[in-house]
Design a protein around this ligand. Structure first.
Ligand SMILES: [Zn+2]
Ligand SMILES: [Zn+2]
Length: 120
């Protein structure tokens, strides 16, 4: 994603190392909660409850770009969640640092959207 594109960005109790990607952290305890690839998502929303008890969320991109709702699950390859249609690497989650989380992601390449909710 080029730096001169401005994406909607909302971070609640969370940090992200770079502008629109890289490592994601809980603001309260600084635990790594995941890693987001920079260039492969059209929309990304991740909300979590950290092991420290903090609730937070990260939203990048516009909800209006919500894609075709695919009833497929993402592929897990080398620890990274990937689009099952075009193998685009999307993000990874450090599940051991989280009590609960849910996400919605739209792959930039095929505009399919994927979501999942993991409860403790
Ligand atoms: Zn935390
Ligand atoms: Zn895709």
């Amino acid at each position: 994603m080029s730096d001169n594109i401005v994406l909607h960005k909302q971070l609640i109790n969370a940090r992200i190392l770079k502008n629109y990607g890289s490592w994601m952290y809980c603001n309260k305890c600084n635990s790594v909660i995941g890693y987001l690839c920079y260039t492969t998502y059209e929309y990304f929303m991740f909300s979590f409850t950290c092991n420290c008890g903090e609730h937070g969320s990260i939203e990048l991109g516009s909800k209006e770009s919500l894609g075709i709702n695919a009833s497929h699950t993402l592929l897990l390859k080398n620890g990274r969640l990937c689009c099952p249609f075009d193998q685009s690497p999307l993000f990874s989650i450090v599940g051991r640092n989280l009590k609960e989380y849910d996400y919605k992601v739209v792959c930039k390449k095929c505009i399919n959207s994927f979501e999942e909710k993991i409860e403790s």
